[in-house]
Design a protein around this ligand. Structure first.
Ligand SMILES: C[S@@+](CC[C@H](N)C(=O)[O-])C[C@H]1O[C@@H](n2cnc3c(N)ncnc32)[C@H](O)[C@@H]1O
Length: 430
């Protein structure tokens, strides 16, 4: 068995509570790729156990601070903790066979590098590290045993280890069925009263954006709130779902009673699923899809004077590194400004960013600036994070990446949207 000695700085970092140790903080190291190793101080004392990467700058991911070597019971307890948390949140219920949720959220769940999502009776997993590759079959066997004992019958397991994060460890991309029929592509799952198709093999991430589940439900409530606030009856509401993917924000808004829902995305296959999902859920007369480049398309809609009651903006990550943050903030600013400009008075903007590198303060700053640029008087109702099955560990801020703002635009006083910019004394004709 290998072992890793920490430098004095590495030891300090670990004792300060950091669960990740960088290669520059290692001393003498004897370990094989992906090995579970004891982490030692210079005096030989064991500070805990970690998974080792031989190629990433991030060399150690701590799994425990106990000197005891993790055994099978340790990993069983950890997986049980994951399942208990999902079951406690009502997301893992054998009485709901078409449910979908993240079962294991990698480092945030104490299982570094491993993500497992459940879609009805299928699992889709992703290994992001060589250690996760190595432990995959062992952890999967424990997971399947525990799911069976909880009353679930899993028919298939797809390994979709094709995320770009694998490049940090120079790992090849891999997509393979570990169990179940290889022809299986799409399957139907439930969310918030919707029945929708997920493309396991070709869809984004593990097939779907499960992290936005709670925010989609909150956004659908806004349709009813429009009516409660006397601004517009739900059956009159018009909703623009930008970067819609399979259209779940829009479909839930349609189910909540909206009159017109337009989903925009650059993916034609996502668009096909939007329309198919609309039909399955009986809202095909309400939901439309257009395949567009959203940034360009929104500019045109602003120029043509379109207006909507709810605008949802859920773009891909604009800042994939710290270096990209400046440009990303300009991009988000431009996007959110257009969102404000497209809103009717009294309407709602739902604006999201999944860029970890843009922290919540910077996100807030962009919202403030874009509201000012659009001359909108707007109230921030909430900024929410990812759904509860995507835990956020305080000692790992990287796990807190998603921000979703719910904003109401002032219906009367102070609002000067694009149709109502009042003449000032300088530009008045009189
Ligand atoms: C974060 S996902 C949206 C998730 C979706 N709102 C949901 O709740 O499932 C971002 C989406 O933006 C789309 N996209 C990326 N760049 C785009 C662009 N320039 N124009 C339109 N869509 C784009 C991707 O195809 C992807 O579906």
């Amino acid at each position: 068995m290998g072992q890793v000695l920490l430098s004095a700085r590495g030891r300090r970092r670990l004792l300060e509570g950091h669960p990740w140790i960088y290669r520059s903080d290692l001393g003498k190291t004897e370990a094989s790729p992906g090995e579970l190793v004891p982490v030692k101080a210079q005096d030989g004392g064991v500070l805990g156990w970690a998974l080792y990467s031989c190629s990433s700058k991030l060399a150690l991911r701590m799994v425990t601070r106990s000197p005891e070597q993790p055994n099978r019971a340790f990993w069983e307890a950890r997986i049980q903790r994951c399942l208990d948390a999902r079951a406690g949140a009502g997301l893992l219920d054998p009485q709901k066979p078409a449910g979908a949720c993240r079962l294991i959220g990698g480092d945030a769940d104490g299982l570094p590098g491993l993500v497992v999502d459940r879609y009805a009776d299928r699992l889709v997993l992703q290994c992001g590290t060589e250690a996760a590759d190595k432990m995959r079959d062992f952890l999967l066997e424990i997971l399947l045993t525990q799911l069976t004992s909880r009353g679930f019958t899993i028919q298939g397991v797809l390994d979709r280890s094709d995320a770009t994060v694998r490049r940090h460890e120079e790992l090849e991309s891999r997509v393979e069925w570990l169990m179940g029929e290889a022809s299986m592509g799409q399957l139907m799952v439930d969310e918030g009263g919707l029945h929708y198709a997920v493309d396991l093999l070709g869809g984004h991430k593990t097939g779907h954006y499960l992290d936005q589940r709670d925010n989609r439900l909150r956004a659908a409530q806004l349709v009813r709130e429009l009516g409660e606030r006397g601004f517009c009856q739900p059956q009159e509401a018009r909703v623009l779902d930008v970067f819609s993917y399979d259209g779940l924000f829009g479909l839930l808004a349609a189910k909540a009673g909206a009159k017109d829902v337009l989903c925009l995305d650059q993916s034609a296959s996502a668009g096909e699923r939007v329309l198919a999902n609309a039909k399955t859920n009986g809202v095909e007369d309400v939901v439309r899809f257009e395949k567009v480049n959203a940034m360009r398309d929104l500019g045109r809609r602003v120029d043509e004077g379109e207006s909507w009651d709810i605008v949802i903006l859920d773009p891909p990550a604009f800042a994939r590194s710290k270096q990209e943050l400046g440009g990303a903030m300009r991009g988000y600013g431009e996007l959110f400004r257009r969102g404000f400009q497209l809103l009717n008075k009294g309407g709602f903007l739902v604006a999201a960013s999944c860029s970890y590198n843009m922290k919540v303060d910077a996100f807030h700053e962009v919202l403030v600036k874009s509201a000012r640029d659009a001359q909108a008087t707007a109230h921030l109702l909430d900024i929410h994070g990812a759904s509860s099955d995507h835990p956020r560990r305080l000692d790992l801020p990287e796990t807190d990446y998603l921000k979703c703002a719910f904003i109401r635009v002032e219906p009367s006083t102070g609002f000067v949207g694009r149709y109502e910019i009042p003449a000032t004394s300088e530009d008045s004709e009189e």
